[in-house]
Design a protein around this ligand. Structure first.
Ligand code: NDP
Length: 306
């Protein structure tokens, strides 16, 4: 029987470990502070931001949400970031992506002070990651490693295949797996015979953004499969194909008219993998937990506690 990697359980563990660290910072003067910048009205981003603010509230982390209008210019947003860089009560700054077209995202991410870059997206911190130096790691990739470690899944010496080469998931998770001594292959849309490459994986990470694309011919029996994808499916036929073994998920589809699906076919992975992350409830909860870890660590560094 495959074992489900329960992201909610690991998230709760991480949060309970953060409680005393937040208390120690508060006792030293003030709680950690996170500023979240959400430009305009993107419904998905609004949900992510709400969940991040709620996680802060649960832990006693100070949070401030800044919501400039959709029409903001690059220069105006740069000024907002600069103000946050200068604020003593703010340890972490998160600029929720995507930004509107007229805003130069690279310039904005570059403007966030590296020591307040709790997303780990600043080139300085990308460099720290590559060089294996301390610094905030991108939250989703860090969450994946945390999940593997807490389930005592060996990484060293294993063959890891990452499908997806984005700056926020694919590349950093590949680098973290490499630092853990896996032999890592990164695949993308131009990789020939993707299924054959994936079948070589002891640890397969899917960060693609295509609903249930990873089917049985991509999965080596006994592999550990990490599904990062979050795709909304609103076609009933497709939902029925994907959830052929789950009346429950199909009933949920019928109730809501859409369903959240990962990049991995849930029926195939449940048959073949040794361990796998479900969607929802796998990688997703870890992303916010690691954001909290990065915020607390940034506050500790600024307070001279580490
Ligand atoms: P991007 O769109 O930035 O990157 C997708 C990657 O997948 C690209 O490298 C692309 O290749 C590759 N790809 C696309 N189609 C194929 C294909 N047919 N075969 C092989 N490779 C392919 O996505 P992100 O990395 O930002 O996100 C990936 C998924 O993870 C999304 O579903 C996203 O919603 C989810 N996500 C979930 C998070 C969570 O907390 N659970 C956090 C972040 C993301 P190429 O480079 O050649 O175009």
């Amino acid at each position: 029987m495959p074992q489900i990697l329960d992201g909610n359980r690991v998230r709760d563990e991480i949060k309970s470990e953060l409680n005393p660290r937040v208390a120690a910072l508060s006792a030293k003067g003030r709680p950690p502070g996170l500023a979240v910048v959400l430009v305009g009205h993107n419904p998905a981003s609004e949900i992510y931001v709400r969940n991040k603010i709620k996680a802060c509230q649960d832990l006693g982390i100070f949070s401030e949400s800044i919501a400039p209008p959709d029409s903001i210019t690059t220069e105006e947003l740069l000024a907002t970031v600069e103000q946050l860089n200068a604020r003593p009560d703010i340890d972490g700054i998160l600029v929720q992506l995507p930004l509107p077209k007229q805003v130069d995202t690279k310039r904005i991410l570059l403007a966030v002070a590296p020591q307040k870059d709790v997303d780990g997206f600043h080139p300085c911190n990308v460099g720290n990651l590559v060089a294996g130096l301390p610094g905030p790691r991108a939250c989703t990739p860090a969450g994946i490693i945390e999940l593997l470690k807490r389930y005592r899944i060996p990484i060293a010496g294993k063959r890891a295949v990452v499908v997806g080469r984005s700056d926020i998931v694919g590349k950093p998770v590949a680098m973290l797996l490499l630092h853990e001594h896996a032999t890592v292959t990164i695949c993308h849309s131009k990789t020939p015979d993707l299924a054959a490459v994936c079948r070589e994986a002891d640890i397969l990470v899917a960060a693609i953004g295509r609903a249930a694309m990873i089917t049985r011919e991509f999965i080596r029996p006994g592999a550990v499969v990490i599904d990062v994808g979050t795709n909304r499916v609103d076609d009933r036929q497709e939902a029925a194909r994907i959830f052929r073994n789950s009346e429950e998920r199909l009933a949920a589809f019928d109730k809501r008219g859409n369903v959240l699906v990962g990049d991995v076919n849930p029926a195939d992975v449940a048959e073949l993998a040794s361990f796998y992350t479900p969607v929802p409830g796998g990688v997703g909860p870890l992303t916010i937990a690691m954001l909290m870890v990065n915020t607390v660590a940034a506050a500790e560094r600024r307070a001279g506690l580490c």
